[in-house]
Design a binder for this molecule. Structure first.
Ligand code: SF4
Length: 263
């Protein structure tokens, strides 16, 4: 095994700023083969990634974590994307239903500590359940979302899942995203047209008012609009020294030391 740190990715990240999302998706598929999946919460950026996968004919799975308390519109969007884009969408579920969790621990999401615990049980733990199946996950984080995502790198190590996170849309502006959606009639969660700028569980998501930050509708009851669920490690402060362990061959391929494939 070989160690790959966030610092090791510095040069790759600079080079990749010049690449289009489609080029980055192709690179990821070439490097990781069947060991990469897209991770989507079925919000509009995730829909764009799914559309690009279909357009590029990239045969990667799409992983969706169903917390059990998603909006019906989100589940309908997932099903439409799977069916109409012919994608293999894998749905992960928590160990406990929300009713079982509430009976055992109470209504957790009403406090900051409880939210972290609830998100961990309902989002992180299902994902950790497939740890080892994939060496990379495609995400759909964008810097123009603001907040913690303003500096989101394209490539990021994820020590908890021991994999690489790839965000091909990191440099995609709101305008570019909307233009892509319009140009390709992308299937998007209909809640976006009802004032929901970002969409999570129905317990913790509201629409936003004009002038509010885009994430104001997430955990509004907790304030001050700064909460993240934890499923995306780059949403939190990180050291350049954090690392993952992959095979030497794979690390060489990621860093471009072995290029028997076309970028
Ligand atoms: S968003 Fe709310 S309901 Fe959903 S997992 Fe997190 S705390 Fe629980």
């Amino acid at each position: 095994m070989a160690r790959l740190t966030q610092a090791d990715l510095h040069e790759m990240n600079q080079t990749f700023e010049e690449r289009t999302p489609q080029e980055l998706l192709r690179w990821t598929q070439e490097v990781f083969g069947s060991r990469v999946a897209a991770l989507s919460a079925m919000q509009k950026a995730g829909s764009v990634v799914c559309h690009m996968l279909r357009a590029l004919q990239l045969p990667m799975k799409v992983v969706f974590v169903d917390t059990g308390v998603h909006f019906a519109e989100t589940l309908t969007t997932r099903d439409r994307i799977a069916r109409e884009y012919n994608l293999d969408v894998v749905t992960l579920v928590p160990a406990l239903t929300m009713e079982e969790q509430t009976a055992r621990f109470g209504v957790l999401y009403l406090t900051t500590e409880g939210q972290q615990r609830c998100c961990h049980m309902r989002k992180n733990e299902p994902l950790l359940g497939i740890k080892g199946q994939f060496d990379a996950f495609i995400g759909s984080l964008r810097r123009s979302e603001g907040g913690q995502r303003e500096k989101c790198p394209i490539l990021a190590v994820d020590p908890e899942m021991n994999c690489l996170r790839v965000n091909p849309l990191a440099g995609f502006s709101d305008q570019k995203l909307d233009e892509y959606i319009q140009a390709h009639s992308v299937i998007v969660n209909p809640l976006h047209d009802q004032g929901y700028t970002t969409i999570g569980c129905n317990r913790c998501t509201t629409p936003v008012l004009p002038g509010e930050p885009p994430r104001a509708g997430r955990w509004r009851h907790l304030g001050p609009w700064s909460a993240y669920c934890g499923i995306n490690p780059t949403d939190f402060a990180r050291e350049e020294s954090i690392a993952i362990d992959l095979s030497q061959d794979l690390v060489d391929r990621i860093l471009g030391r072995r290029t028997d494939f076309v970028i």
